[in-house]
Design a protein around this ligand. Structure first.
Ligand SMILES: Cc1cc2nc3c(=O)[nH]c(=O)nc-3n(C[C@H](O)[C@H](O)[C@H](O)COP(=O)(O)OP(=O)(O)OC[C@H]3O[C@@H](n4cnc5c(N)ncnc54)[C@H](O)[C@@H]3O)c2cc1C
Length: 337
């Protein structure tokens, strides 16, 4: 287990390891994990109660995942109350509009937009089953999340807060419409079917903070376009941005405003040669090769493409703190209708 924890958390935290002990330093605080008499003794030291809850839950979820089918118990010295998650926001749809033919913007009213300003920009949307009153997730005693099931099961998908309208207390989320014959697309469908007044849960914000650097190459497809647009809109004046964005055709291009200097190269999938593959990843790699190992690199796209960009960065020993490479979707991962 200790091995698994270290291997996994190296992507998210600074990990220090010796034979029977691991220390994880994350944005929430530190976790000291000691192996003793076939038990793991975990000490969490966090900057805030909120951070403590988040770190405890993250460790609990991972530990049970690593334990798999093996019997595994987890007890915390301070009891975990069955409270709602502190980063859960119930929001209400206030508007829906098409930004481009395949990008639909949903605006939601949120009682507390404060946590969404600056900082992390990703959320998990929790879509209620049709006609059901909300039953939101709570904590279990072992720190894991108890998700509602059966008729109350929620649809969960990761999305980006495209913009925060503080005056109107609204958050904007842009949903790429990617219809797939024979496959359900429930996340995208939420945006195409939702009505003003519909309720939605947002869990977050978390992960994927706004990068701070004087020069940032940004690379992504439509799923990353909301994040790219937000970064461009919120960078410090003078930041140099070079964006490579892959969309279907020119009708999917968006106008992007910034206080930095911006060069955008739009790639049109429709114009690719038949059979062309991983064009975006190739363009990302060319941009990386042309930049220094300390340039902050931001890439988000399909799983295989993101993985190939990550391995190039690894082979070039690119500074880990100067990169955000994430896969936002997985090809052929859908459920048949
Ligand atoms: C941190 C993070 C932030 C994200 N932010 C956004 C965002 O702001 N806006 C946004 O639109 N997406 C965003 N995504 C991507 C989004 O979560 C996925 O596209 C998700 O799979 C959509 O769910 P779905 O129910 O529509 O389709 P799924 O049920 O997940 O998949 C159904 C089928 O559609 C295909 N598919 C899924 N996504 C895409 C795609 N983007 N392009 C082509 N085919 C696809 C799958 O391969 C599958 O065959 C984000 C992802 C992450 C991890």
């Amino acid at each position: 287990m200790l091995e698994e924890i270290c291997k996994h958390f190296v992507e998210h935290a600074e990990v220090l390891r010796n034979a029977n002990h691991a220390m994880l330093k994350s944005s929430f605080g530190t976790a000291s994990i000691r192996l003793q008499d076939r038990k793991l003794l975990i000490d969490l030291n966090c900057r805030s109660e909120h951070g403590l809850q988040m770190f405890r839950t993250s460790l609990a979820e991972h530990l049970f995942y690593f334990a798999g089918e093996t019997d595994f118990d987890l007890e915390w010295s301070q009891p975990v109350s069955a409270a709602l998650l502190p980063n859960l926001h119930e929001v209400t749809v206030t508007g829906v509009e098409d930004v481009t033919p395949h990008m639909r913007r949903v605006k939601v009213r949120c009682a507390d937009v404060g946590p969404f300003i600056g900082g992390d920009m990703h959320v998990r949307i929790l879509v209620l089953p049709k006609g059901r009153q909300p039953v939101w997730p709570r904590y279990r005693e072992n720190g894991r999340i108890a998700w509602p099931d059966g008729e109350d099961e929620l649809l969960v998908r990761a999305y980006t807060i495209r913009a925060v309208d503080v005056e109107r207390e609204e958050l904007w989320i842009d949903f790429f419409q990617h219809p797939m014959p024979g496959v359900t697309t429930p996340g995208a469908d939420f945006a195409s079917n939702c009505q003003i007044g519909d309720r939605l849960g947002l869990l977050g914000p978390g992960s994927g903070g706004l990068p701070v650097s004087s020069r940032i190459p940004l690379v992504g497809d439509e799923s990353a376009l909301p994040a790219i647009a937000r970064i461009i809109a919120e960078v410090a004046p003078g930041t140099q941005i070079e964006a490579i964005i892959e969309v279907e055709d020119s009708r999917e291009e968006q106008s992007l405003s910034t206080e930095g200097t911006l060069k955008v190269r739009w790639l049109h999938r429709k114009a690719y040669a038949p059979g062309a593959q991983h064009v975006l990843a190739q363009q990302a790699k060319a941009a990386i090769i042309a930049s220094s190992p300390h340039t902050f690199v931001w890439v988000a796209c399909e799983k295989e493409e993101a993985r190939s960009v990550r391995s190039l960065l690894k082979s070039r020993k690119h500074d880990k703190k100067s990169m955000y490479v994430a896969w936002y979707w997985e090809r052929d991962a859908g459920q048949s209708v």
